[in-house]
Ligand binder design. Structure first.
Ligand code: ZN
Length: 188
């Protein structure tokens, strides 16, 4: 039986006990999937017909695919709308954290930080959605994508962090050093 050797990865505030198989592998698989899905969505218009049809079908299950709210490439709209494209682009950006030591980002896996980060990241999208619904503003596709990018990046960050969080702990503060005992004066 082979016993896994624990590796302690530390940052300034966090340290992670990583056994080599676990959080980082799962995070890497999710990150790879996010990048692959984004590539399929963006390049769908140029894919072979059968593969493109499959991507557009999956896209239709998760997105309205309205042409006027989508980016176009080579004369055809992408497989999802601009807002969804932004979400997946943001997820790709955070996916590049996966190869890095979890100690660098695992702190964002704490439940309270997840709630605050996702809540804050959802504000721009929420504002544009409400503005659309009440009819005071019709944001451009660039704006829709930008709000999606913020939420997608935050979502992927907390997902990767949460996967690794159980292996990571805040570093204990260094214990204060006891004062040096006074040395008696050396007799001359
Ligand atoms: Zn969409």
């Amino acid at each position: 039986m082979v016993s896994a050797t624990a590796v302690v990865v530390t940052s300034r505030n966090f340290q992670c006990i990583n056994s080599g198989v676990g959080g980082r592998v799962i995070a890497g698989a999710i990150a790879t999937g996010a990048v692959a899905w984004f590539a399929l969505v963006v390049f769908a218009p140029g894919l072979p017909a059968a593969l493109a049809a499959a991507v557009y079908t999956v896209g239709s299950l998760i997105c309205h695919q309205m042409p006027e709210r989508s980016f176009h490439w080579h004369g055809a709209q992408l497989a999802v709308c601009a807002r969804c494209t932004g979400i997946y682009l943001g997820a790709c950006a955070s996916a590049f954290l996966a190869p890095l030591p979890p100690a660098l980002y695992a702190r964002w896996g704490a439940p309270t930080r997840i709630a605050w980060l996702l809540g804050a990241a959802a504000v721009p999208m929420g504002v544009t959605l409400v503005a659309e619904w009440v009819g005071v503003w019709a944001p451009s596709s660039i704006v829709r994508a930008a709000t999606g990018l913020v939420l997608g990046a935050a979502g992927a960050l907390v997902l990767l962090a949460a996967i690794n969080y159980s292996e990571c702990l805040p570093r204990a503060a260094a214990a204060p050093r006891p004062p040096h005992p006074r040395q008696p004066p050396t007799p001359i």
